[in-house]
Design a protein around this ligand. Structure first.
Ligand code: F6P
Length: 319
């Protein structure tokens, strides 16, 4: 292959820029031309495509967001949209495409793969919900953003002896909530993968309060439901002074952590290697700190699961 393309799609994630940089530099290192597609699949359909060079990706490794911009594109979910995309790729002479994104973006890559167009998926989402990789690009940064925010909330929670419900992102996955809860010693962690026992949450809160605990932190994954509704239920059941914080899109921004930059660099470069080896229809990932690749269609058929040992540990440590 002599000319490749790269796009970012879906919700942005810190570290996407580091992945783009790795793709571009790795291509140039191998004397392969690389084209950036702006605004995800929307830009692909519209032919918003530009050649990139070494300088295009200078000074971006430390930046959050994505310099190629991103979009959620309804039209690309249709066959007509997918065919328009392939037509544009052919028009620009692009022989293989690297898609950096989450679940929805991988579905787009899967469609292109099924139509015989060579594609590689690079997992970039704060949700950490893609099977076949232990970590996705952006998860570590979002997690650290959450921890920083909870540490601050803890200060005011203690001063006012309040119970806080903190709603975090993750779509249908509970990884951000679970890891944040464990890292911050939350009283309870509520995730969509597990049915919570409301009575147990209440017992735990009351026990802490009776022991003289000055504050309580409950982390609720957005996939479970509304933090505000949960806060009302907690207040009604305990009469404790309760506040709710929805962290929202702050979790998606900011400079990527060193871990995310390294992960993104490794995964982006690996995606180029695969296409140059003649492989396609794959996703790259990291498992036990080793780079791996899997059939993208097979992986999308699997569902994401949480680490059961970590969940159990979080229960044991928050007695
Ligand atoms: O997939 C990343 C994510 O931030 C989810 O955690 C969240 O549910 C969703 O995107 C929010 O999407 P949007 O930015 O389109 O509101």
């Amino acid at each position: 292959m002599k000319r490749l393309g790269v796009l970012t799609s879906g919700g942005d994630a810190p570290g996407m820029n580091a992945a783009i940089r790795a793709v571009v530099r790795k291509c140039i290192y191998h004397d392969v031309e690389i084209y950036g597609i702006k605004n995800g699949y929307q830009g692909l359909i519209e032919g918003n495509i530009e050649k990139m060079d070494v300088g295009s990706v200078g000074d971006i490794i430390q930046r959050g967001g994505t310099m190629l911009y991103s979009a959620r594109c309804e039209e690309f979910k249709t066959e007509a949209g997918q065919l328009k995309g392939i037509e544009q790729l052919k028009k620009f002479g692009i022989e293989g495409l690297i898609v950096i994104g989450g679940d929805g973006s991988f579905q787009g890559a899967q469609k292109l793969t099924e139509k015989g167009y060579p594609c590689i998926g690079v997992p970039g989402t704060i949700d950490n919900d893609i099977p076949g990789t232990d970590f996705t690009i952006g998860f570590d940064t979002a997690l650290n953003t959450i921890i920083e925010a909870i540490d601050k909330i803890r200060d005011t929670a203690t001063s006012h002896e309040r119970t806080y419900i903190i709603e975090v992102m993750g779509r249908n996955a509970g990884d951000l909530a679970l890891w944040a809860g464990l890292a911050d010693g939350a009283e309870s962690i509520l995730i969509p993968e597990k049915q919570d026992d409301f009575n147990e949450v209440i017992t735990r809160l009351k026990r802490g309060h009776e022991r003289g605990k000055k504050h309580s932190i409950i982390i609720l994954a957005e996939g479970v439901g509304s933090g505000f509704e949960y806060g009302d239920r907690i207040h009604e059941a305990t009469n404790l002074e309760t506040r709710v914080t929805v962290l929202g899109h702050i979790q998606r921004g900011g400079s990527p952590t060193a871990n995310d930059r390294v992960l993104a660099s490794r995964l982006g470069a690996k995606a180029v290697d695969l296409l140059l080896e003649g492989k396609a229809g794959r996703m790259v990932g990291i498992q036990k700190n080793k780079l791996v690749d899997h059939d993208i269609i097979e992986m999308l058929a699997l569902s994401h699961s949480i680490d059961e040992d970590m969940y159990q540990l979080s229960k044991e440590l928050s007695i």
